[in-house]
Design a protein around this ligand. Structure first.
Ligand code: PLP
Length: 382
């Protein structure tokens, strides 16, 4: 413990120190950070639903009906009618027999792997998977192998070299720091050939991709036969909080009985489930937010290309600008903030060594003039 101060100092010198800004008020194109109004391109509230009046109203009404908290775990008496209705709606939305709510995406990933894997089993993960999937694999006790990013052939080689037994393959649908898509068609095919189960974490795809906003699987035209385990989060495009796993009857019943991060924790507030039910309806009924996002993305990519900025191959609202050096990324972020634009510098270990970046993300609250403003400032700074 005596070394903590020294370690923090080293962290600061390497440009890796992390600190928070205090936000007043709601998410939106403009936010108030540390008392200063700025144009923000960083949230995961892709559809702007976190502050939709109908969603807020549902949260208020849910609190009046159910109280502020659930009071117990799902398996005691914390599983409310609102939670149950949301699970049914999410099952229908994802085209699967059942869905199960978790408090967070992190916990959903831990829960799935702790329930399905044990010592002697084998889990295969994309090198750029979200930390929660990596941690889930490590904690499961199974052997963890990481395959080259988005590389189905490399996965197949690793599967062929492994022993038979329970083999789970897990990937982000949309990679959270790069914005690109996993090659799900190829991965699903490899998993079928090699008799492994495929799990997709679609935290950034749900609500954003696919004609009906059903996410990366809809984008690629895949179903439960291809991807038996689907994870989605509710704190991003759905604008509220929580996560779900969707799949077969047997999968969900296994999780209810064996997922430790489901069993040993208080159920999320029922009011949050009531609010999510309304945001899910908005997501399904109103496609204009998804369409607007695609227009903003196209505007940004065209403008950035015209300025000679090097973009990554991302078709999603996540449009990172690679910087490389951590300190330089931090300096760029600070220079942007001085001009009234907030984009955080994402640094290792969130991304690999030497690949610090500005993770620009768009949401349906942005307008074309905001994108223009962003391009002008980037041109002057990066
Ligand atoms: C955000 C995220 C999670 C974690 O979800 P939370 O609900 O925020 O805990 C998991 N996986 C991916 C890919 C994410 O981007």
């Amino acid at each position: 413990m005596r070394e903590l101060g020294k370690q923090l100092q080293q962290r600061r010198q390497a440009g890796l120190y992390r600190s928070r800004k205090v936000q007043d008020g709601m998410q939106g194109a403009e936010v108030v950070l540390d008392g200063k109004t700025c144009l923000a391109f960083c949230s995961n509230d892709y559809l702007g639903l976190s502050h939709h009046p109908k969603v807020i109203k549902a949260l208020q009404q849910g609190a009046e009906q159910y109280g502020a908290g659930s009071g117990a775990a799902h398996l005691i008496n914390g599983h409310s009618r609102a939670h149950h209705a949301l699970e049914e709606a999410l099952a229908e939305f994802s085209g699967r027999p059942r869905a199960l709510l978790f408090s967070t995406g992190y916990m959903a990933n831990l829960g799935v792997m702790s329930a399905l894997l044990q010592r002697g089993d084998h889990v295969f993960e994309d090198r750029l998977n979200h930390a929660s999937l990596i941690d889930a694999g490590l904690l499961s006790g199974a052997r963890l192998s990481r395959y080259a990013h988005a590389h189905a052939d490399n996965l197949q080689q690793k599967l062929q070299a492994s022993k038979p037994g329970t083999r789970l393959v897990a990937t982000d649908g949309v990679f959270s720091m790069d914005g690109d898509l996993a090659p799900l068609n190829e991965l699903a095919q490899v998993c079928k050939q090699e008799e492994a189960s495929l799990m997709v974490d679609d935290a950034h795809g749900i609500g954003v991709l696919g004609q009906h906003g059903r996410g990366t699987l809809e984008h690629f035209g895949l179903n439960m036969d291809d991807v038996p385990i689907l994870m989605g989060t509710l704190g991003k495009a759905l604008g509220t909080f929580g996560a779900f796993i969707a799949g077969s009857e047997d999968l969900i019943e296994t999780l209810i009985n064996q997922a430790r991060s489901y069993i040993y924790t208080t159920a999320p507030p029922p009011a949050v489930a009531a609010a999510t039910l309304v945001s899910l309806q908005l997501l399904k009924q109103e496609s204009w937010r998804r369409e607007k996002l695609q227009e903003l993305i196209a505007q940004f990519r065209q403008g950035a290309a015209a300025l000679g900025l090097e973009l990554m191959p991302s078709p999603t609202p996540i449009q990172p600008l690679m910087i490389g050096d951590s300190q330089r990324a931090l300096n760029c972020s600070e220079a942007l903030l001085a001009k009234g634009i907030y984009i955080p510098a994402i640094r290792p270990p969130t991304v690999p060594e030497g690949s610090a970046r500005l993770r620009i993300s768009f949401n349906a609250d942005h307008e074309p003039r905001h994108v223009e403003q962003l391009l002008d400032v980037l041109d002057a700074i990066v």
